[in-house]
Ligand binder design. Structure first.
Ligand SMILES: Nc1ncnc2c1ncn2[C@@H]1O[C@H](COP(=O)(O)OP(=O)(O)O)[C@@H](O)[C@H]1O
Ligand SMILES: [Mg+2]
Length: 406
C-alpha cells in the first residue's frame, strides 16, 4: 500500500501542505526543526488517529491555529491499497462547550463517511522506526505493552475492542475495590466485573502470546543475519496470567517477576478458554488481597515481555549497540508480520535511524526498503546514505514546512 497524496492543515508546523508522494523509497532531507519528524507522524496517524508520541494527540494542532475559536488540525491522505484507492481523513480538534470549557475530540472519515479510529487500520498500515524507540528495549514494562498493543491494533480490530473493554472494566473494578477497602461491603459485587475482565483479558493475553511467538520466529533469522550468526534473539513473554505456569502467580504480581521462568515456553496449545478460566480463578483467589490493596493485582495490565540475547536480558545487560540491533530485528520482523497478516507491504517510515547504525546494518535496512512499496526516510544529512541508494531514491527537501523535490 502507499500514500499517493497528502494534505495537512494546521498540523504541527505545517499550516498548509499539499503534496503528492512517490512510490518506492523517498529521502526526506532537511535541517533540524523543519518538520521531518512531524511529516512521518502525520503519515503514521492514518493507522489509528493516535500520535505515536504518547499523550501528544492534542499537541499536534498548530500553535497559531490554537488561538482560533475552534482549533482543528486536518489530515487527508489518498491511499492506494490492494483493494483500490481510499480517502482517509483525520481531524483533531478542540470544540467549545457551554461555560467556556473546551473539549478535545477526534474525527475519522473514510471515503467521506464518519468512522471509528480503529477502522483506519483496515485501510492503512505503517511501521515507524524511531530512535527513541530504544525505550521499548530499555524502558518500563508499560512501554513494551504499549508497543505490542499498537502493533496488534494494526491488524486486529477485535483486539482494539478487547483492549478498550478491558481498560473500562478495570477502572470500574478498581473503583469498587477501593470502595470495598474503605467502606466494606459485599465482595460478591465483584463477580459481575470479574467475568467481563476475564473475557476481555483472555483475548488480550492470547493475542499477545501468539503475536510475540510469531514475531520471535520472524525476528530470529533477521537478527542472526545482522549479527553474523553470533547472537540469538528471543522475545520472552511473561504474562501475568500464564496457563504454562499456572502456579507461578498467586495474585501478588511481584512473585512472578522473580521466578526464573523458562524462556522458550510454547503456549501454542492454550486456547482462549484456558486463559479465561485461569484469569477468572486468579481474580477469585486474589480477591481479599485486591480489596486490601484497593487495586486489581493480576491481569494483562501487569504483563511483561523482554528481549533476550543469548538468554541474557537485553534491557538490563545489553550494550547500546546490541539493544539497537535487537530493536532493528524486531522492527523488521514487525514489517514482515504485518505484511503476512494483511497481504501487502505496510508503509515504512524511518526517522533518522540510519545515522545510528553501522555499515552492515544500514545496508541490511536499505535493502529492505528497496523492496517496500513505499518508504519515507528522513535525514539531516543525505550525504551519509550510500550513493547507490541515493541514485535510486529521489531526495525531497523540507524547509520551514514546505516540501520540494531537489
Ligand atoms: N503544534 C505545533 N504547532 C507549530 N509548530 C510545532 C508544533 N509542534 C511542534 N512544532 C514545531 O515544529 C517544528 C518541526 O519539528 P520536527 O518535525 O520535530 O522537525 P525535524 O524532525 O525536521 O527536526 C519544530 O520547530 C517544533 O517546535
Ligand atoms: Mg526530527
Amino acid at each position: 500500500m502507499r500514500v499517493d497524496h497528502l494534505s495537512l492543515t494546521n498540523f504541527r508546523n505545517f499550516v498548509r501542505l499539499e503534496t503528492a508522494l512517490p512510490a518506492g523509497a523517498l529521502i526526506l532531507a532537511g535541517a533540524n526543526a523543519q518538520g521531518k519528524t512531524s511529516l512521518l507522524e502525520a503519515l503514521y496517524l492514518f493507522t489509528s488517529a493516535a500520535s505515536p508520541f504518547a499523550d501528544s494527540d492534542r499537541q499536534v494542532i498548530n500553535f497559531l491555529a490554537m488561538r482560533e475559536a475552534q482549533p482543528v488540525a486536518r489530515l487527508l491522505a489518498e491511499v492506494r491499497n490492494r483493494r483500490g484507492p481510499v480517502r482517509l481523513e483525520v481531524r483533531l480538534l478542540f470544540e467549545p462547550l457551554a461555560g467556556g470549557e473546551v473539549r478535545f475530540r477526534k474525527e475519522v472519515l473514510i471515503n467521506g463517511v464518519r468512522r471509528k479510529p480503529a477502522e483506519l487500520a483496515a485501510h492503512f498500515n505503517a511501521v515507524l522506526f524511531l530512535p527513541q524507540e530504544l525505550r521499548v528495549v530499555e524502558g518500563a514494562p508499560a512501554e513494551r505493552r504499549r508497543h505490542v498493543d499498537e502493533l496488534l491494533a494494526q491488524v486486529d480490530s477485535h483486539y482494539v475492542a478487547a483492549l478498550s473493554d478491558y481498560q473500562r472494566v478495570l477502572t470500574q473494578r478498581n473503583a469498587l475495590l477501593r470502595q470495598l477497602q474503605e467502606r466494606g461491603g459485599e465482595a460478591g459485587q465483584l463477580d459481575f466485573w470479574d467475568e467481563q475482565l476475564a473475557a476481555s483479558g483472555a483475548t488480550i493475553s492470547l493475542a499477545r502470546s501468539l503475536a510475540l511467538a510469531e514475531l520471535e520466529r520472524t525476528a530470529q533469522p533477521v537478527h542472526r543475519r545482522l549479527t553474523r550468526q553470533t547472537e540469538a534473539l528471543q522475545l520472552a513473554y511473561r504474562p501475568s496470567i500464564d496457563p504454562a505456569a499456572p502456579e507461578a502467580d498467586r495474585g501478588n504480581g511481584a512473585l512472578q517477576r522473580e521466578l526464573p521462568l523458562p524462556v522458550a515456553v510454547d503456549r501454542g496449545r492454550f486456547a482462549l478458554e484456558d486463559y479465561r478460566l485461569l484469569f477468572a480463578q486468579r481474580l477469585r483467589d486474589s480477591r481479599s488481597d485486591s480489596i486490601a490493596r484497593g487495586t486489581t493485582l493480576c491481569g494483562p495490565h501487569r504483563d511483561e515481555w523482554r528481549l533476550l540475547i543469548n538468554g541474557i536480558d537485553l534491557g538490563t545487560y545489553g550494550s547500546r549497540g546490541q539493544a539497537r540491533t535487537g530493536l532493528l530485528a524486531l522492527k523488521l520482523a514487525e514489517v514482515e508480520w504485518i505484511r503476512a497478516r494483511v497481504g501487502e507491504w505496510p508503509v515504512l517510515l524511518l526517522d533518522e535511524v540510519l545515522s545510528e547504525l553501522d555499515r552492515t546494518r544500514r545496508a541490511d535496512l536499505l535493502e529492505h526498503l528497496g523492496s517496500a512499496e513505499q518508504a519515507v526516510l528522513t535525514t539531516s544529512d543525505p550525504e551519509m546514505l550510500p550513493a547507490s541508494f541515493r541514485s535510486q531514491a529521489p531526495t525531497w527537501r523540507l524547509e520551514a514546512g514546505t516540501l520540494r523535490p531537489e
